[in-house]
Design a protein around this ligand. Sequence first.
Ligand code: GDP
Ligand code: IMO
Ligand code: MG
Length: 428
Amino acid sequence: MFYTIIGTQWGDEGKGKIVDWLSSKADWVVRFQGGNNAGHTIKVDNSIYKLNLLPSGIIRNKKCVIGNGVVLDPWALNNEILNLQKQGIKITKKNLFIAENVCLILPIHKIIDEINETSRGDENIGTTKKGIGPAYEDKVGRRAIRLCDLSSPDLLKKKLNKLINFHKPRLIENNIKIDFSLIYNELLTIAKTIIEYNSPVWKQINDAGEKGDIILFEGAQGSLLDIDFGTYPYVTSSNTSSGQIFSGSGFGIKNNHTILGITKAYTTRVGSGPFPTELNNEIGEHLGNKGQEFGTVTKRKRRCGWFDSILVKQAIKISGITDVVLTKLDVLDELEVIKVCVGYKINNNNFDYLPFSESLQASIEPIYESLPGWQTSTFGISSWDNLPVNAKKYIEFLENTIGLKISIISTGPERLETIDKNKLLDTI
Ligand code: GDP
Ligand code: IMO
Ligand code: MG
């Protein structure tokens, strides 16, 4: 059986918590896109683990894969491994496998990310400045350095030279000097620590799938940050929808696949770009404070707003989502009235989807329905029967507007603070 976890909004929906919860039953956990722009938080008793590149299954000592669709910063990976090992997590070549053909993020990519953002001025994207976009550009431009290149010093030298020459005019224009031998030697040094994880992972996961292993694909970011279907250009540089699992890992088996859409009970966004249901008022502040909505990677304050059923409905269709997981329900506990966006009015026309045109997106007026809050704590509740009536009504209302069942509800950051309505864990 195969499971995919996809964020249905603008990221930070609680994917890390759900991957950790579900991975108790998994054999493999696979990342297939993005890089260390992701920040997945897992809370187990008094420990908090923050994962950027490593699949969240590493916490439970599952076999973890970084697929070819990821862009990998070797220095960031090395630091993450060291930090997690300090927290007692075992990471060896027995539980971490990295695709030989994964493309690398080099220091030059972070510099270019910074230059690009500065040159965009007021229209900056608000990237995480981890070099994600520039590294994907080099991949598509067919000049990237891949993990497998690190074991051939002569080839590496040649490729690095070409890459730096390609970017030289931009660097000179910005008065940035690059020391070729420094980067080359640093790469050779870091190679020693990460090359041992180098593996033909596409083959391993297909073989594992054929022999009946349970494989969990861990998406990063969210549907609205997808390079094709998101709020372009205010997106990340990879496909974040479920279709990417095949090209981003080499997995080719399509049957027995459950696709879980991780969905916050309200909406947040970090970085710039349209956000139709954003609340620039005390309710938005309340959601931010109660939900501790600060970026895991950049520590930036996340923008907060009401639940937008138009966006989630779209994500469900694009990613073929089979079940919705609703997270952070407890953050709504105190509210007297809760609004849900059920449609858009744009220039006096009704829309039941998000149009791609930036000018139309800028003119969206959300159409809301109001529901009574429950004004009592749901924090930590783990059974459907114990939820307050109005919380159940809110969830049922969302199911009707998005047209899909919500089978799992998260009421806190810890594993047991989860309602497994259809007993999914027991059926695996
Ligand atoms: P991800 O990027 O999708 O993995 O999400 P993040 O880890 O960036 O942000 C989600 C935050 O919410 C983390 O701090 C989680 O520990 C926390 N969290 C997850 N589920 C819940 C929940 O149901 N209730 C509350 N209060 N916090 C949650
Ligand atoms: P997880 O996996 C939320 C956002 C950035 C910026 C845009 C482009 O934790 O949900 P990039 O550095 O990727 O070029 O930035 O995408 N972004 C995220 N927002 N959660 C994430 O990951 C994100 N990864 C990137 O804030 O707006
Ligand atoms: Mg996050």
